[in-house]
Write a protein that binds this ligand. Sequence first.
Ligand code: FAD
Ligand code: SF4
Ligand code: SF4
Ligand code: SF4
Length: 350
Amino acid sequence: MSSSKSSSKAKRINFSTLFKGIIKAGYCASCGACVSVCPVNSIEMQNDLPKLVSTCISCGACVDACYRFQKREKQEQAAMDPNEILEIYTAKAKDERIYTQAQNGGVVTTLLVHAFEEGLIDGALVTDKYSNLFEPKPILVNTSEGVIHGAGSKYVISNSLTKLDAVRTSHKKKAAIVGVPCHIESLTRIMEFGYLGLDHRVALKIGLFCMHSYDKNLLKQFVADKFNITPEQIIKMDIDKGKFIFVTETEKYKVKLSDIDSAFYNGCHFCSDFTADYSDIAVGNIGVDTKSNVVLVRTQKGKELFESAIEKGLLEVTKIDSSEWETKFGLVFKLEKRKKKEAKALPALD
Ligand SMILES: Cc1cc2nc3c(=O)[nH]c(=O)nc-3n(C[C@H](O)[C@H](O)[C@H](O)COP(=O)(O)OP(=O)(O)OC[C@H]3O[C@@H](n4cnc5c(N)ncnc54)[C@H](O)[C@@H]3O)c2cc1C
Ligand code: SF4
Ligand code: SF4
Ligand code: SF4
């Protein structure tokens, strides 16, 4: 061995490693994964950032769980193989209640309700809201009613993975996790490491397309300054034809997407995944009308669930032949490439 005694001394990995490498540096995606894996519950999210609130025992779990840290540390070697696209559909829910309450076509909610009814899952991690849509509430629900209550997009950062620990403590054997790409990335990492027993407790990963998300405080300030409205007045947020739309009981306030760039969440600038590369099934709305979905089936598991929902007559679908993917969904692929190209690089650690 050529290394000297001092150079072979193991580097101490603890919360400070994560803090310096990701949080303080401004690279955090606020996914919440580090909070869940800490065996001594020493991390809490405060203002959407992880904070050490009690003793760190230097186990290194939070560092392992953070995909962004892995990318900084290992650069290219950290990259996981994406799940390829097996099939593409456009789809919408047939159930009137789901269709009305859902963000777009209601495919995500339909798939979760169907999975519950078929006994394929016994829990689902969704993002409901506290008092308004700017206050997302990640929650592990165990009924279809809970899923339907949580329908609709909250276009602000959700620390969803803070609730992964609930999957373990409530002994859920077959949970479905719904999340934007950064959630699905860190979840996949945690499953690879086997933390919280998630490798055998998570039955399904449903990804949502995501170009970027918003900082709740900046968005709140934006709607106050621009439209003189409060988050409590907003009953739905939508994105359509290059416009962001805030819907209240009486008005629709529209703004060009580029005009609210200032409210982006900072950590989103370092994100390169648009269509949830590591999900079983990814659902979005780009390129179709606002009350429909584009569905990318990415794994056999996703395919079986989607086909079984079709067989049960729950979805109105059109399957797109692979020869037409580029012509019909060119925009999806274009944005996917653009996001990968324009994402700010996470610099290598010293
Ligand atoms: C932050 C964000 C950005 C998005 N950006 C795009 C985009 O650029 N292009 C595009 O085509 N689609 C985007 N989407 C996806 C789109 O808004 C819909 O979620 C998707 O089309 C599924 O529609 P649906 O009718 O099936 O959803 P629903 O049936 O209403 O289900 C939506 C599910 O998303 C969960 N959810 C809501 N908010 C969040 C959140 N913040 N984090 C994690 N889970 C959440 C809900 O709990 C629910 O389970 C984005 C979604 C989010 C949350
Ligand atoms: S105990 Fe482990 S998981 Fe918790 S903060 Fe320390 S290093 Fe991170
Ligand atoms: S990106 Fe996620 S896992 Fe990494 S520090 Fe931020 S909240 Fe924790
Ligand atoms: S842009 Fe990336 S980091 Fe930001 S919310 Fe979407 S998936 Fe997460």
